[in-house]
Design a protein around this ligand. Structure first.
Ligand code: FE2
Ligand code: FE2
Length: 457
């Protein structure tokens, strides 16, 4: 095994990270590489270029830490066993697969290939064990009671002392308010002032385009308001950030912004029709018909280019053809369609209908990473990960010293090292004032995992 310097060279020149992620390293070597990555941030930084590697590395780190902490192995009886011959080739495993002694062989998120199966067989491994779900499952992950973690208070905190947002609070709320008034006027009087909506969308767009040094923050999203206009404003901001990350020309981004903001206008059009006709439409029908209704309405209004109009029509389509209204698939969906599909899907996934607030940011991103190819091509998912990091703003995380904090800003080049506001100490007591740390500037602090916070007043 190589020394530290040799490891640095092997990681940079020989693709040791790829072997690590492909499960090709023996357990002892894997342990050494992971230990090295914990302290060598230059090597860790290199992995940021590799699509999806950070999530797998994170899981490997967590597993390693858990092993070091607990030492003792879980009882064999608590695991399910899978036959190697029956593993589904081409599928991504959603939980770590171990040998019968509890050594990690295939990390969660790895795509099962014939090569991996052949390698297991060559090592005489016929069965794999699955860890019990209490470690990996997002649903059963660590939960903490956090008085004061109320999202309204968070919004105040973010406005007063959070990270500088990409889109200023004034411009964001003005855009949201303009859309609210426009939707109201459309529903009540059948009139939409497209010029005003366009103005609101362009102001947001100019701020995103003119501040390329600033990255996604939690303060860029409207957290508490469950309304359609707040959702649309969030979707516009996500849309712009993803399009910027992909590198689309500024003028084309401007040309598509108004449509992104108006992507759900068809819902208001249908509600107006119901009001006029006196025939109420079911929520299900509104869901199914709003994309075409929005497209037709904006087409008749004029002033929006065809590519931007099609985004409105296609924002519930999916890359695998399982979306609606027309079941378009693959390259039948433009890049703009796909960016809007993901921006809209992400915001919808973070929306908790039971509590009436936006949460579950980390879980929503996991869904996109695992199932994203259903929705869009991989390059767009990569741009989303780049925009949001692996711990998207809004994710509650536990640090390696036990403190609990909220991710407030993503760093595209360092997805595992966002900016975090630390709210709670190791024993769950709230700090009198949150302390903000930027993990890219702090070599010793790192995130050990996300936590669910039960928000109480
Ligand atoms: Fe929609
Ligand atoms: Fe939507």
């Amino acid at each position: 095994m190589k020394n530290s310097e040799g490891l640095c060279r092997a990681i940079r020149e020989e693709g040791l990270i790829i072997q690590l992620l492909d499960g090709e390293l023996p357990p002892t070597e894997e342990h050494k590489v992971l230990t090295h990555l914990r302290t060598c941030h230059e090597c860790l930084g290199l992995t940021a270029d590799l699509l999806y590697t950070d999530e797998r590395l994170k899981l490997m780190f967590a597993r390693q830490e858990e092993r070091q902490d607990q030492v003792q192995k879980k009882k064999p009886g608590t695991r399910f066993l899978l036959e190697v011959d029956k593993l589904p080739i081409g599928k991504n495993v959603d939980r770590d697969l171990l040998d019968e002694d509890g050594t990690l062989l295939i990390a969660a998120g790895t795509e099962l290939t014939q090569k991996i199966i052949d390698r297991l067989k060559a090592r005489g491994i016929e069965k794999l064990a699955i860890e019990p779900t209490d470690v990996d499952s997002e649903d059963t992950q660590e939960q903490i009671e956090a008085p004061g973690a109320d999202l309204k208070q968070l919004e105040t905190y973010l406005a007063e002392s959070g990270p500088e947002p990409v889109v200023s609070q004034f411009v964001r709320h003005q855009c949201c308010k303009t859309l609210e008034n426009s939707f109201k006027s459309l529903e009540e009087d059948g009139i939409l002032d497209l010029g005003e909506v366009h103005e609101g969308a362009q102001q947001v767009t100019e701020e995103v385009l003119s501040r390329p040094q600033l990255t996604m923050t939690l303060a860029d999203l409207i957290l508490v308001d469950p309304s359609l206009h707040a959702h649309a404003t969030n979707v516009l901001i996500l849309f712009l950030m993803i399009a910027r990350a992909i590198g689309h020309p500024a003028q084309l981004i401007r040309d598509h912004a108004t449509s992104a903001l108006l992507h759900d206008v068809g819902r208001i059009v249908l509600r107006r029709t119901s009001t006029v006709s006196g025939i109420a439409k079911s929520t299900e029908n509104e869901d199914l018909e709003h994309t075409e209704a929005g497209y037709s309405y904006l087409w008749n209004l004029g002033g929006i280019n065809e590519s931007a109009l099609k985004m409105v029509m296609n924002h519930h389509e999916k890359y695998d053809g399982s979306g609606y209204p027309r079941g378009l698939k693959g390259t039948m969906l433009s890049d703009w369609d796909q960016i809007l599909i993901l921006a809209n899907t992400y915001d919808n996934l973070t929306w908790n209908r039971e509590t009436g607030v936006r949460s579950g940011f980390h879980k929503a991103l996991q869904v996109l990473i695992q199932d994203g190819s259903k929705y869009v091509r991989k390059g767009v998912i990569r741009a989303v990960v780049q925009t949001l990091g692996h711990y998207p703003p809004g994710t509650w995380v536990r640090m390696n010293n036990g403190e609990i904090g909220l991710v407030t800003r993503a760093h595209p080049g360092s997805p595992l090292k966002p900016q975090v506001s630390l709210f709670y100490d190791q024993s769950g007591r709230r700090h009198s004032r949150p302390r903000s740390i930027d993990l890219t500037h702090n070599q010793n602090a790192y995130i050990t995992g996300s936590v669910q916070v039960r928000t109480t007043a």
